[in-house]
Each structure stands twice: as structure tokens, then as C-alpha cells.
Design a protein around this ligand. Structure first.
Ligand code: ADP
Ligand code: ASP
Ligand code: MG
Length: 816
């Protein structure tokens, strides 16, 4: 036979009750009738508990009581034939009257004992089970409402009573055998003590009721019907990428549920384990889905872990002192004290020096635990062998669980890497001797971020999500969004990376969405729904969202974002930037970026600072980390100047070439901003620094291209006029070069720690001789690349290639 348990949401609405009745109907055909166990309608137990608290506090509970009645009555009206409604209304009304009397009593006495509380809570299961059994009876006359306060016997530990299994099983078997032709529809969660006072089995305890029935009747299976597709790799409400597990061992299910996977109540596994009855977790709202099978053996799996669960509120008590060193029995005394006083210890860690013991308890029990310890260890405290216990609040426990863990080394390393990269501090760690579980204590506000980050690092088959906050919506920003939008599918399928743009700001407006902004119409949305831009606030919001794998992307050319880079690093947010201003300001600033990023284990990528999307910074870094030494660098890193000299040949005048460059959009509005070489200088400076030289901008010698009159001209027009006048100067340069079969090139050099940018003439044996368009070129002359340099050449400017470089940097953050 089978036992089927339906949880709160499964009896929570008329629609779900109809589905449930269909499921029972199917099972009713079996030779041995199934037993059905039901919870209270969803939210009802909480509501009852709230009413009891209100009554005890002398507050009115009548609105809630009315709400409760109405919810049940409406469901009856919706699902039961009109002729059959009245007797059910009467029975329900009796329950509600009893409940009201009870609450009134609590109200009058202003006292709520655990015993009364259990009795009040029991009405949730009684009402739902009575109602559902009558509805089911319409379709299956053999249904029999069964009140488990008459079948399941417990001690008098109200709130979490211990079951007398032998007696309960006997009572259950007797009834089942007596009513062989009936389908028992039984109340979950509730029981009674030997004085027949109502007790409860602990919150979520209906699952346990089902297991008790299963054990008593040697069921072939215990089915737990709930509102999700079985046990998942993590709580799907917190980890959106959680997925269903096909199977689990009893131990794994026990560990996961003990550490917070609410989908099944931990004690449920015990009777099932003892009798080797499989538990199957199924979804009432998707009955065809196989669900999760919990049994003694599972299919072999390559996953090192099964799932991650968490308890979102715990308090930790630290005990420190020399009194514990080598004192056998100290922890024995401590934990038997806590056990005696019924304080549940969630997790324990002890330092190897035995100087300290840390343990976690439910926050409501922390103060009590502390004062018990102070009483028990009064002598040790007085003699200063033990320091006063300290309570730390607002913490959470995260546990990873799986039987494969014991064969897989490096599990803790993996957790710490994921947590570390996301700036989550681990307060304590505990690994059970079984090695089925590693638990860490972290700060409660970090929990969601931690769960997502760790989940992603263990379930590598899932896409890794990067959360990017982007500044700047000019050419590069715009193009980046377009490229991301076009390649998102490819990235998901081939790189397992999903980039969510969660914040966008330009100098006017900013907009956020933790789920990711649409890249189809971000411009309209920014305009219509964006709030007024404020860089400081943008950064504050980015930090407060506390998202895993977070990247701050600076696509501006403004000095303003620079001062926020370090703030980002300190919040464990990586920075990707095409903005050169930061890295080319003071050396101390450059160094500080690097150090802070390293300290916080995050990335700082700026490939597009030099040569747009060309792999220059990365090549230099790879050479250095692989042990090579840079002897010399020669480079042409200004696309504009490159274009000008590539075209300044034959009959062309320098004036015409500069004009053409401007018309083609290769220059700044004032072409002198390019020709002065400042931008080139910044790139050389960044390269020199990356090559290991502590250098400032003033250390770079720049040979001016322009004569003084051109530089000093007050306007752009005056500049062009001056340029025309100086034509002879440029022609002379060109003629000289051509006579020697050479070409003019504006070349940056880094040689033995000295950097310069000079106008040179190179012959056709030089790699810089053949250049076209606005290409950049760089030659690395190193110990390994000495005879022939390593050369990188290609388009070094333009929105498409720069955005592509930013894109690549972003993906590299994800790849780490
Ligand atoms: P029921 O009322 O059916 O007993 P519960 O609310 O007690 O249902 O348990 C189901 C809920 O457990 C799910 O809705 C889900 O939000 C939560 N949950 C937490 N952790 C997990 C997990 N690892 N897998 C599945 N569900 C989980
Ligand atoms: N109704 C009870 C609770 O909410 C028992 C259960 O749902 O399993 O705790
Ligand atoms: Mg439950």
C-alpha cells in the first residue's frame, strides 16, 4: 500500500484540492487502499499561531478568525454539491466555536501555554482534513475522516512531541485492518499524549505523520506531495537556477532538510530508513513529473554534491579559555547541559588547540544557553579559566551535502574560493565526521549571494551569471550592449556564461534591475523609467544589491568614475574599463588599483586602454607571468597619427591629410588633441607600468610633431591656417624620408626603463614600414622573442573593436 501526504499548498485552494482528489481517485483503485495524510491549508498554522499570540497579548483575534472561517466555507461552497454542504458547515462551525472559546480563554488569562498552543494549532489540520475528506467522499464514498489525535501517541513535550512508535503503530494497524475497505484521510502534524491532550510533532510535521503511517503499515512507498518538483539542489525561492534531484539517500535528505531544506521535515526519514521504505517527493501542480526518490541507494552520479541548504537565522556562542585545554569532559558537560535543557545545537566547531568551542543555536535560545553556561561553569569563569560566553547574532548557516563528497578532495577549497571571490567572510566551518556535509557560518545578509555563488561553482553545467553595472552609453557602451544582445545565446551555449546588465547609467539617467535589464530597448527604458543619474548613488546601489559575480564596467572617458574603482574592489566587485584616465594618472593610484583588486580576489581588466580590442595588455601579462623579460617595446598606438602618416606620401600635403582624417572622423574635434601625442603617451605609460616600471607621465619624452605656431594657434581654424603656412616643414620631412626609401612613423619606445615617443623614419626592413589605415602595431622584444619580435597588429580604434575588447574582458571575469 501507499501513503500519500499533501502539504499546505496542495490543500490551499479549490483548484489544488480538485487536483488532489483526482490523484487520490487514481490510487483508490489499488487493492490495498492508500492512506492520505493532510496538512492545514497553506498559511493557516501561521495564522493560528498569530491569533494565539494576539489573544495572549490581549489583542483582538476576531478578524483572523473570520478570515479562517471564510476561507474554509468558500472552499466547501466551491467544491461540494449544495445538498451536502450543510453537514460540513455544521462540523466546521463546531471546530471554529471550540477554537474561539480557546482563544477567548487565552485572552482572558493573558497566558498561552505550550499545551494550549498545540491545541489551537491542531484546528488547522482538523478543519482542512474534515473539509477535504468530505469533498473526496463525493467521488469516493469509501473515504473516512481520521483524526490522528486518536492514533498517534506521544510524550508531553508540547510543540515537538516524541512519538511512542510501538503504540502508535499498533493503533494505526488496528484501525487500518478494521477499515480495510476505506481510504483513511488523516490529519497530519497532530497527536496526543497519554492523558489524551493534543500534542504536535513540530512545524512541518505532517511529513512525519506520513512516515509513521508508512512504517506502521509497511507501505511500499511514502509520497510527499508538495508545490515544487521534488527536492532541488537549493531552495528555488533563493537560487533561481536550482534544479530537481532525481534521487537522494536517506542521509543526504536528512542532512539537507536538517540544514533548512524545508521541503521535507527531517525526522520523516527515520521510520522510512528503518523500514527501507522509499520516500518520493512529488509536485501536486505537475503530477507527471517523476519527483525525487529518497532511498538507501542512489544511482551513481558524477556530481560531488547533491545540494546546498541553509538556515537563515542562527546565533553563535563562542566559548574561549584555557580551562578547556586538555580537559576531557568539558564539551561533554557543555553539550549534555544544553541537551538536558532542550536547546538544539545546530552546529559545533572546535579549534584544534581546544582553546575555543563555537556552536550555533536558534536565536530564540541563545540567551538561555548563555545563562545556563554561566551557571554551569561558574567556577571556571570565576577562576578566569573560561571567558564570559559571547553571543554573535544575525548569522546564517549554509551547508553543502552529498555522499560523494567524501571521495572528492578539494570541496572546502571550492566553497571558500566562491565565497572569497564574492567577499563573503566565513565565521566558522564544520565538517561532520561523515563527510556528507560541510557547513559554514556566514553573516545573514550575505546568505542569498553565498548560496547563488556556491551553487554556481558546484553545478558547473549551469550557466554562470555575471552581474554587470555599466557606466556610459556613448559609442562604446551602446555597441557593447548590441554585441551582448546578439551573442547572449552563443555565450550561454558555448561558454556557459550569462551576462546580466543590472545597472546602466549615463550622465543624465540611471536604471537598475537585479533580474537583468532588457537589451532590446534599454534606451527607451532608461529615458522613460530611469531616475536622475548620480554616480555616488549608482555605486551605493551596486554595492547594496550584493549580487554574486559582480562587475563594474566603465565605458566613459571621464575622470569621475575613477575614484569609485577602489570602492568597488573593496566590495569584491571586479572592474572592467576602457577609460585610460585611471591607469595613466599618478603611479600610486595605478598601483593601488592593482593591490586592492588582488587583496579582494577580484579582477581589474583594462585591455582596451591600449590598442582597443587588440590583445596587447594580455600578451604582455602572459609574457611576464610565464617568466619572460621585456627588453624593449616599440609601438604605434595612435590610430589617428598612424592614419595621417600612412597617407602623407607622394603629392599629398600634410594639411590635406589632417583635414581628411578629421572629415573621416578619426580625430578629436581639435586634431591637436591627437597630434600632441597625449593619448599615445597615456598608452605608453600604462604599457611601461604593466611591464614593471614605476613611471610617471613626465618621465616620457614626447617629440612634438607640430611646429610651435601650430600648437599655439588659438582656434581650430587658426591651427589649420598655421598648418598651411608650415607646409614646407612637413614637406621637407617627407622628402627626406622618401629620398632614403623610408617612411615617417610616430613611434613609442620603451627601452631599459626609458620611454619616449618620437618621429622616426623607418625602412622596409622594419615591421612598422607596412602600415595601413588607422592600424596600431606593437613589437615586444623579449628574452624569448629576441631575434624576431612578437608583433601584434590591427585596428586599434573604433567603437566595434573597443566594445569587443570590453566584452572579452567581461567574459574573462566570468571565466575565473
Ligand atoms: P508543504 O506545505 O507541501 O509541506 P513546504 O512549504 O513545507 O511545503 O515545503 C516546500 C517548500 O520548500 C518549497 O516551496 C520551497 O520553497 C522550499 N524549499 C526549500 N529548500 C528546498 C529544496 N532544496 N528543494 C525544494 N524545495 C525547497
Ligand atoms: N501545518 C503544519 C505546519 O505548517 C504542519 C505541516 O504543514 O506539515 O507546520
Ligand atoms: Mg512541509
Amino acid at each position: 500500500m501507499k501513503v500519500l501526504k499533501f502539504g499546505g499548498t496542495s490543500v490551499g485552494s479549490a483548484a489544488s484540492i480538485s487536483t488532489l482528489v483526482k490523484i487520490i481517485k487514481q490510487e483508490s483503485q489499488a487493492k490495498e487502499k492508500p492512506v492520505i495524510v493532510l496538512s492545514a491549508m497553506s498559511g493557516v498554522t501561521n495564522l493560528l499561531s498569530e491569533m494565539a499570540e494576539k489573544a495572549a497579548a490581549g489583542e483582538s483575534f476576531t478578524p483572523q478568525l473570520a478570515e479562517l472561517e471564510l476561507r474554509h466555507f468558500n472552499t466547501v461552497k466551491e467544491l461540494l454539491d449544495i445538498q451536502q454542504q450543510n453537514p460540513v458547515f455544521t462540523r466546521l462551525k463546531i471546530y471554529f466555536n471550540e477554537l474561539e472559546d480557546l482563544l477567548q480563554g487565552v485572552f482572558t488569562l493573558r497566558e498561552l501555554t505550550p499545551k494550549t498552543r498545540d491545541l489551537i494549532l491542531s484546528y488547522g489540520e482538523r478543519c482542512s482534513t474534515l473539509m477535504v475528506s468530505r469533498i473526496a467522499m463525493q467521488h469516493m464514498p469509501e473515504v473516512l475522516f481520521t483524526d490522528t489525535t486518536e492514533l498517534i501517541k506521544t510524550d508531553s513535550d508540547f510543540g515537538q512531541a516524541k512519538v511512542n512508535m510501538k503504540l502508535s503503530e499498533l493503533l494505526i494497524r488496528t484501525l487500518y485492518n478494521e477499515k480495510k475497505d476505506h481510504i483513511l484521510v488523516a490529519t497530519g502534524f497532530i497527536a496526543s499524549n497519554d492523558l489524551n491532550q493534543v500534542t504536535t510533532l513540530g512545524r512541518g510535521g505532517s511529513d512525519y505523520t506520513a512516515a509513521i503511517f508508512g512504517s506502521a503499515l509497511n507501505a511500499e512507498v511514502i509520497e510527499i506531495w508538495t508545490d515544487v518538483n521534488g527536492m532541488m539542489t537549493a531552495d528555488p525561492r533563493i537560487v533561481k537556477k536550482a534544479f530537481s534531484l532525481p534521487d537522494l539517500t536517506y542521509t543526504e535528505a536528512m542532512e539537507l532538510s536538517y540544514f533548512g531544506a524545508k521541503v521535507i521535515y527531517p525526522p520523516t526519514m527515520i521510520p522510512a530508513f528503518l523500514k527501507k521504505i522509499p520516500i518520493v517527493i512529488k509536485n501536486t501542480f505537475q503530477p507527471d513529473f517523476e519527483g525525487t526518490v529518497i532511498s538507501a541507494e542512489t544511482k551513481p552520479s558524477t556530481q560531488p554534491i547533491k545540494g546546498i541548504s541553509s538556515i537563515n537565522e542562527v546565533s553563535v556562542i563562542n566559548l574561549i579559555g584555557s580551562g578547556m585545554v586538555g580537559k576531557a569532559g568539558f564539551s561533554g558537560r557543555l553539550f549534555s547541559l544544553l541537551a538536558r535543557e532542550q536547546i538544539n545545537v545546530i552546529l559545533i566547531t572546535q579549534s584544534s588547540s581546544e582553546h575555543s568551542i563555537t556552536f550555533a543555536v536558534h536565536p530564540a535560545e541563545a540567551e538561555k544557553a548563555k545563562s545556563l553556561i554561566e551557571q554551569e561553569f561558574e567556577l571556571e569563569l570565576g577562576a578566569r579559566k573560561l571567558e564570559k560566553p559571547v553571543i554573535e547574532k544575525n548569522l546564517a548557516v549554509m551547508a553543502i551535502v552529498g555522499e560523494n563528497m567524501k571521495q572528492t578532495p578539494g570541496m572546502s577549497g571550492k566553497i571558500f574560493h566562491a565565497l572569497g571571490r564574492n567577499g563573503i567572510n566565513v565565521r566558522a566551518i564544520a565538517q561532520g565526521s561523515s563527510e556528507y556535509n560541510i557547513s559554514v557560518i556566514i553573516s545573514a545578509p550575505d546568505l542569498a549571494k553565498a548560496l547563488n555563488a556556491v551553487h554556481e561553482s558546484f553545478f558547473v553545467q549551469l550557466n554562470k551569471t555575471l552581474h554587470a553595472f555599466c557606466l556610459g552609453t556613448g559609442n562604446i557602451g551602446k555597441t557593447l550592449f548590441k554585441q551582448l544582445n546578439e551573442h547572449s545565446q552563443y555565450l550561454r551555449e558555448n561558454n556557459r556564461i550569462q551576462v546580466k546588465i543590472v545597472g546602466i547609467s549615463n550622465s543624465r539617467k540611471m536604471i537598475f534591475d537585479p533580474e537583468g535589464l532588457s537589451l532590446d530597448n534599454w534606451q527607451d527604458n532608461l529615458l522613460e523609467y530611469g531616475e536622475e543619474a548620480n554616480l555616488g548613488r549608482f555605486v551605493d546601489i551596486m554595492k547594496s544589491m550584493n549580487l554574486p559575480n559582480c562587475v563594474f564596467v566603465d565605458n566613459t572617458a571621464s575622470p569621475l568614475p575613477i575614484k569609485y574603482y577602489e570602492e568597488a574592489f573593496k566590495a569584491n566587485i571586479s572592474v572592467v574599463t576602457c577609460n585610460k584616465i585611471g591607469n595613466s594618472s599618478a603611479y600610486s593610484q595605478y598601483k593601488s588599483f592593482k593591490n586592492t583588486a588582488v587583496q579582494h580576489g577580484v579582477d581589474f581588466f583594462y585591455e582596451t586602454n591600449v590598442g582597443a580590442g587588440l590583445p596587447i595588455i594580455r600578451t604582455l601579462r602572459d609574457l611576464i607571468v610565464s617568466g619572460d623579460r621585456v627588453r624593449r617595446i616599440e609601438a604605434i598606438l595612435s590610430g589617428t597619427i598612424s592614419f595621417i602618416f600612412n597617407n602623407f606620401k607622394g603629392d599629398a600635403s600634410f594639411y590635406d591629410v589632417v583635414k581628411m582624417a578629421q572629415e573621416k572622423g578619426y580625430t578629436e574635434p581639435d586634431p591637436r588633441d591627437d597630434l600632441r601625442g597625449t593619448d599615445f603617451m597615456r598608452k605608453m605609460l600604462i604599457l611601461a607600468r604593466d611591464a614593471g616600471y614605476q613611471m610617471e607621465s613626465t618621465d616620457i619624452d614626447i617629440e612634438p610633431i607640430l611646429p610651435k605656431s601650430c600648437i599655439e594657434a588659438p582656434t581650430v581654424d587658426a591651427f589649420y591656417a598655421a598648418l598651411k603656412k608650415e607646409e614646407a616643414y612637413f614637406t621637407k620631412l617627407k622628402d627626406k624620408a622618401e629620398k632614403e626609401n623610408k617612411v615617417l612613423r610616430y613611434v613609442g619606445k620603451l627601452d631599459n626603463g626609458k620611454a619616449s615617443i618620437t618621429l622616426e623614419m623607418v625602412d622596409d626592413s622594419h615591421p612598422f614600414y607596412m602600415m595601413s589605415g588607422a592600424d596600431n602595431i606593437i613589437a615586444f622584444i623579449t628574452d624569448r622573442y629576441y631575434e624576431r619580435p612578437m608583433v601584434v597588429k590591427g585596428p586599434g580604434a573604433g567603437a566595434e573593436v573597443t566594445a569587443a575588447g570590453v566584452f572579452a574582458d567581461l567574459i574573462n571575469v566570468g571565466a575565473n
